[in-house]
Design a protein around this ligand. Structure first.
Ligand SMILES: Cc1cc2nc3c(=O)[nH]c(=O)nc-3n(C[C@H](O)[C@H](O)[C@H](O)COP(=O)(O)OP(=O)(O)OC[C@H]3O[C@@H](n4cnc5c(N)ncnc54)[C@H](O)[C@@H]3O)c2cc1C
Ligand SMILES: NC(=O)c1ccc[n+]([C@@H]2O[C@H](COP(=O)([O-])OP(=O)(O)OC[C@H]3O[C@@H](n4cnc5c(N)ncnc54)[C@H](O)[C@@H]3O)[C@@H](O)[C@H]2O)c1
Length: 444
């Protein structure tokens, strides 16, 4: 029986494991994960902290028991500390001290990512929190319950930072949001969109501290304030959300790596050793927007790469079709979605890129209720006309529309082709001259 070992059983690992166990009954699957839980949806953390959901119960969709019922051997709270890639052996130690030396025919690395730690004084103080694991969220919530936390400073105004700033504000904390960049969500949207989010955050009382670099975190035993190159802010809790780095410790000396340290994989999710696959946040993706290998840490990418690796590891050839980094955020009533690259990023990468913008209400004016404004930007290459990215925001749920742009980028569709694309009309949903068509028609 072919032996498949999977290291890491969160989103990427879970997708790979379920695909193997559900489709290939003739495989012996062994799973190691250092954590005591599987499949925690980090996206629920802000909802849980902000009291928008009553408990964390629904934030898991798989378990050790489910894998075991399907026939896998599962070792949780067991750290893999070494892999002998020549002898094809995985070395691990359990919480109880038990040692494992497990041979494999195929190995799937799903070790994910780690939060980036800033190299500043004070990160070891009490109440300086990273927010990645279920345990991190629980610790934050337990501390919030003791009533002594009033001022929360969130460092990093990316997706985690903005979502958590809202969550802390919702439960009555005084929140300061710091970023070195000149705006929030700068990796995902152009300024025309991020300004709307900044206004949204400010209007709810969140203090924005952009273009500031944290120089130290101060306190005696526990955090008391945070110092930047421009100001000081009182802080009873500091949350660090300045991005993820791939966790490629186990294979860094044996496998080829991308410039940020992620395992470099091909379209079959194979690393530089053909029997070793890497998936999710520890691996690269192929970014269709820029037609290059890249790194985009998202649960959706993790799941898809897990499915691809599982089939290939089980001798069913399957190619990854690449990703566009499609993403979304909802802060209070403001929904923002994007895919591909922003105009800023396109220009910085050397594209002769331009954007076409349009703003309108979602539905005809005679629809008097729930008829919100929608703002759209489509970024495209002036020479090739190929769509490079799209951004949308509204109080209306426009999220599904971004998927069309995701597919358009994947398939290298031009802005001109979009002009006359068949988009249906019904007043309950949209206008005959809808904003997607209008934005495309107005392209230079
Ligand atoms: C607060 C928050 C909100 C998020 N919201 C979203 C969202 O809304 N949408 C979205 O698409 N993405 C979101 N993400 C990102 C998403 O969670 C990650 O992209 C996803 O978790 C990646 O999955 P993964 O399985 O590749 O890696 P990870 O989730 O990092 O899992 C890696 C697993 O490997 C195990 N492991 C690591 N090293 C070892 C070892 N040596 N031995 C044994 N086990 C090991 C770890 O215990 C872990 O279980 C969010 C992340 C956070 C933190
Ligand atoms: N809604 C979602 O889809 C969602 C939600 C949460 C997280 N995620 C994903 O999880 C991953 C991690 O999220 P994240 O928010 O940590 O990363 P991110 O890349 O979204 O944001 C990091 C932010 O930190 C800032 N930054 C970097 N160094 C800094 C420093 N020294 N001081 C202050 N600011 C600094 C950056 O300018 C950026 O705004 C991302 O890939 C993200 O897309 C997605």
């Amino acid at each position: 029986m072919e032996r498949i070992v999977v290291i890491g059983a969160n989103h990427a690992g879970t997708a790979a494991i379920n695909t193997i166990l559900d489709n290939y009954k003739d495989k012996e699957v062994t799973i190691f994960d250092s954590n005591d839980n599987i499949s925690f949806l980090g996206c629920g953390m802000a909802l849980w902290i902000g009291n928008q959901i009553s408990s964390s119960e629904g934030l898991f969709y798989c378990s050790k028991e489910i894998f075991e019922q399907k026939g896998a051997k599962v070792y949780l709270e067991t750290i893999v500390y070494h892999i002998d890639f020549d002898k094809k052996l995985v070395f691990a130690t359990g919480k109880d001290g038990q040692n494992y030396q497990t041979p494999y025919d195929k190995l799937i690395l799903a070790t994910g990512s780690l939060p980036i730690a800033p190299t500043i004084e004070g990160t070891d103080l009490k109440n300086v929190q990273y927010v990645k694991l279920f345990q991190n969220a629980k610790e934050v919530i337990d501390k919030l319950h003791d009533g002594l936390i009033r001022n929360v400073v969130v460092v990093g105004a990316g997706y985690i930072g903005v979502e958590l700033a809202e969550a802390f504000n919702r439960i009555g904390k005084k929140v300061t949001l710091i970023d070195t960049a000149s705006t929030c969500l700068s990796g995902y949207y152009d300024r025309e969109f991020t300004d709307i989010m900044s206004k949204n955050l400010e209007s709810h009382g969140i203090k924005l501290a952009y273009e500031e670099t944290v120089t130290s975190i101060k306190g005696i035993g526990k955090v008391e304030k945070i110092v930047t190159d421009k100001h000081e802010y009182p802080a009873d809790m500091v949350v660090l959300g300045i991005g993820f780095k791939p966790n490629s410790q186990l294979g860094k000396d044996s496998l080829e790596l991308f410039k940020n340290g992620a395992y470099l994989v091909n379209e079959h999710q194979q690393t530089s050793q053909p029997d070793v696959y890497a998936i999710g946040d520890c691996a690269t993706v192929y970014d269709n927007a820029i037609q290059k290998t890249s790194y985009i840490a998202l649960a959706t990418n993790a799941v898809r790469s897990g499915i691809v690796a599982a089939h290939n590891a089980c001798e069913t050839p399957l190619k990854s079709i690449g990703v566009q980094g499609s993403n979304g955020i909802c802060i209070w009533d403001l929904k923002m979605v994007s895919t591909g690259i922003t105009l800023d990023k396109a220009k910085s990468l050397g594209y002769d890129a331009v954007a076409t913008d349009y703003e309108d209400t979602q539905k005809p004016d005679f629809i008097e209720h729930d008829n919100y404004k929608v703002k759209i930007r489509i970024v495209y290459d002036k020479k090739t006309r190929i769509i490079l990215g799209a951004q949308m925001c509204s109080e209306y749920d426009i999220s599904m529309a971004i998927h069309m742009f995701s597919l358009a980028i994947q398939e290298q569709v031009t802005i001109d082709k979009l002009k006359l694309t068949d988009i249906f009309f019904l007043p309950h949903f949209n206008k005959p001259y809808n904003y997607v068509t209008m934005a495309a028609l107005m392209a230079e």
